[in-house]
Design a protein around this ligand. Structure first.
Ligand code: UD1
Length: 338
C-alpha cells in the first residue's frame, strides 16, 4: 500500500511517516518546505532505516498536483497534513490561510475522485468545538462559529470532504486533534517552531534552555481549579498511531460511513500550572514564569471524550504526560546542541 503524506516533513507528519513505515506502508512525502526542513528525511531514515520518497511540491499548484498523480498512479491513500497552523497569523493574513488550507485540499480531492477507490485522512482540530459546554467533548458536540480564519479552514475542510465523499469513491476520516506535544523517543525528529513559539510546550522548553527569558502564563482567573486554562495534551507518537489506525480502518473497509470523525486526545485535562509543575519535575529545571493577562481567543477548557476512538478505531493514547514532556525536553536539548 502506497500512501501520500502531505506535509510529511512537519511535526505531526514526520511522526506519522515513521509509524506508517513501521506498519509496512510505503510512503511518499510531498512538502513545499515552507515550514519544514529537508533534514527531517534523515531523522525518519535514522529511526526506520527507510528513506521515504520525497517530492517538493506546492499543493496550491493544480497542474503540479495533476502531474504528481500522473506519475504516482499507484497511490492508495492520502494523509493530508500540509497546511498553515498559526492562529494569530491567520487573523492577520486571512486570505493566505484560506488559500493555503483550502486550495490544496481541492486539488487533492479532484485527483482522488478520479480513482476507483481512495482513502483520505484529514487533520482537523478540536478548535471546531470552540468552548464546548460539556466536558469531556464528544464528537457529537456542536460545531461553533470559528474564532479565527485558521479554525474556519478546518471547519470548511471538513464540510468539503463530507460533500465530496457523498458523490465519489473517496472514503474519509476526519481526526480532530487536541494538543499534540512531545517528540520521538530517539530525539531524531520533533517540533521545529520557526521564530517565537506560540504554543505552550515549545515555549516552556525554550525558556528552560535559556532561549526565552520567561514564560508568560496567560491568565489565572479562569473558572478552573487553579485558575489556569485546561487542555488535553497528547503525545505526538500516540497521535501518529491514531492516523495508522484510521488508515487501517479504511483500507480494510471497516468504516461504516463514507466519512467518519474521531477525537484524538488522551481524555485527560491538564492546566497550564500542572504542565509547568510536571515539566519542572521531569526536567529538574526551575522555570521562570509570570502570570499575565488572558490571551485573546483562548477558551477555558477542552479535553476529549475518547470513547469513540477507543471502541471504533481500537486506538488509545498510551504515553503519559510525563513521557511526552520528557521527550520534548530531550528534543530541545538535542536541537540546541547543533
Ligand atoms: C492552539 C490553537 C488551536 C490549534 C493548536 C495547535 C489558539 C486559540 N488555538 O491551541 O487552534 O489547533 O494550538 O497546537 O491559538 N499558554 C500560556 N503561555 C504561552 C502559550 C500558551 O499560558 O506562552 C497557554 C494558553 O493560554 C493555553 C495553553 O497554554 O491555555 C495551550 O496553549 P497553546 O499551546 O497555544 O494551544 P491552544 O491555544 O490550546
Amino acid at each position: 500500500m502506497k500512501i501520500l503524506v502531505t506535509g510529511g516533513l512537519g511535526f505531526i507528519g514526520s511522526h506519522t511517516v515513521v509509524e506508517l513505515q513501521e506498519q509496512g506502508y510505503e510512503v511518499v512525502i510531498v512538502d513545499d518546505l515552507s515550514n519544514a526542513s529537508i533534514s527531517v528525511l534523515e531523522g525518519i531514515e535514522g529511526i526506520t532505516g527507510i528513506r521515504p520518497e520525497f517530492v517538493q511540491l506546492d499543493l496550491r499548484d493544480k497542474q503540479g498536483v495533476f502531474s504528481f498523480f500522473q506519475t504516482n498512479q499507484d497511490i492508495d491513500g492520502v494523509i493530508h497534513f500540509a497546511a498553515s497552523k498559526a492562529v494569530g497569523e491567520s487573523m492577520q493574513r486571512p486570505l493566505m490561510y484560506y488559500e493555503n488550507n483550502i486550495v490544496p485540499l481541492l486539488n487533492l480531492l479532484k485527483e482522488l475522485e478520479k480513482k476507483e477507490k481512495a482513502h483520505f485522512i484529514f487533520s482537523s482540530s478540536c478548535t471546531v468545538y470552540g468552548q464546548a459546554e460539556v466536558m469531556p467533548i464528544t464528537e457529537e458536540a456542536p460545531i461553533q462559529v470559528a474564532l479565527s480564519p485558521y479554525g474556519n479552514t478546518k471547519q470548511i475542510g471538513e464540510e468539503i470532504i463530507t460533500d465530496v465523499t457523498r458523490v465519489s469513491s473517496i472514503d474519509a476520516i476526519l481526526l480532530r486533534y487536541f494538543n499534540p506535544i512531545g517528540a520521538h523517543k530517539s530525539a531524531l525528529i520533533g517540533e521545529l517552531p520557526i521564530g517565537v513559539p506560540q504554543n505552550l510546550i515549545p515555549f516552556i522548553t525554550q525558556t528552560a534552555i535559556g532561549v526565552r527569558k520567561e514564560l508568560s502564563v496567560f491568565g489565572e482567573d479562569y473558572n478552573t481549579p487553579d485558575g489556569t486554562c485546561i487542555r488535553d495534551y497528547i503525545h505526538v507518537v500516540d497521535l501518529a498511531k491514531a492516523h495508522v489506525a484510521a488508515l487501517d480502518r479504511l483500507v480494510k473497509g471497516e468504516n461504516i460511513e463514507k466519512v467518519e470523525t474521531f477525537n484524538v486526545g488522551t481524555g485527560k485535562g491538564s492546566s497550564v500550572m500542572e504542565i509547568i509543575n510536571a515539566f519542572e519535575k521531569v526536567s529538574g529545571v526551575k522555570l521562570h514564569y509570570k502570570i499575565v493577562d488572558r490571551r485573546e481567543g483562548d477558551i477555558t477548557e477542552a479535553y476529549a471524550c475518547t470513547r469513540k476512538a477507543n471502541q471504533v478505531l481500537g486506538w488509545k493514547a498510551e504515553l503519559s504526560l510525563e513521557v511526552a514532556l520528557d521527550s520534548a525536553w530531550k528534543w530541545e536539548q538535542k536541537v540546541r546542541k547543533h
